[in-house]
Design a protein around this ligand. Structure first.
Ligand SMILES: [Mg+2]
Length: 229
């Protein structure tokens, strides 16, 4: 089960930029000083609900749609302006094809809004129509989104129970989700990102998927993130 932004796609920067701009445009809220990890549910909709409340707005369906619609509009514009801001993580597409051929069932569990996830995948040239995708609409929590992704993957495999499920992510909240669900975890990241994943309890962190052999190996040996002392 792969996270999307920062895990399969190198889109954290453009995603955060458009998300923040949507808040500025619709509600005059400045997201620059916000730590996403301080939100209870670090997903597009989870942050939206909490941010509206924190800022004294009613988290009505209408207000939520305002920010979502503006965000999608900005994301579409970003694709048209500069598609190079939407790149796959090296080896991502090939690893998904390889996994499908080696008996693994692949699913995506993203905290993004469903339509934005599809826009980003398409822009990065990685549309993956056959890969089940759970998004923040299946939440509110990351645990529920991952659970839904697993159910979708199982349906595709005619309900067969998987013998092993591995979560792959790039952020500290992904490590936390793996720990909450007792799932083995593989981190994707380099430099500071790698350091924060390790600090959060991830035992295995890879820079990308360019070494298929290493990734396949780590899929078998990955462990549930340890407790952080
Ligand atoms: Mg991510």
């Amino acid at each position: 089960v792969f996270d999307l932004d920062g895990t399969l796609l190198d889109t954290n920067a453009v995603d955060a930029h458009c998300y923040s701009a949507a808040w500025r445009d619709e509600f005059g809220i400045d997201c620059a000083s916000l730590a996403w990890s301080s939100f209870e549910n670090v997903t597009d909709s989870g942050i939206a609900v909490e941010l509206l409340a924190r800022s004294g707005f009613w988290s009505s369906r209408e207000n939520l749609l305002r920010v979502e619609n503006r965000f999608i509009q900005l994301l579409d514009e970003a694709v048209l302006q500069d598609r190079t801001r939407f790149q796959p993580i090296p080896g991502a597409e090939a690893i998904i094809e390889l996994l499908a051929r080696t008996g693994w069932s692949v699913a995506i569990a993203t905290g993004a809004w469903h339509s934005s996830a599809r826009i980003k995948l398409r822009a990065a040239g990685l549309s993956l129509p056959d890969v089940p995708l759970a998004s923040c609409e299946n939440g509110p929590s990351r645990v529920e989104i991952v659970q839904h992704a697993i159910e979708l993957a199982m349906q595709k495999e005619d309900g067969r129970e998987p013998h092993r499920i591995v979560l792959i992510g790039d952020a500290t909240w992904d490590v936390q989700t793996a720990r909450q669900m007792s799932l083995p975890f593989i981190g994707i990241g380099r430099d500071e990102k790698r350091a924060s994943l390790v600090e959060s309890g991830a035992a295995h962190v890879l820079a990308d998927y360019s070494d298929f052999m290493v990734f396949e190996d780590v899929l078998e040996t990955a462990v549930v993130p340890g407790r952080v002392i």
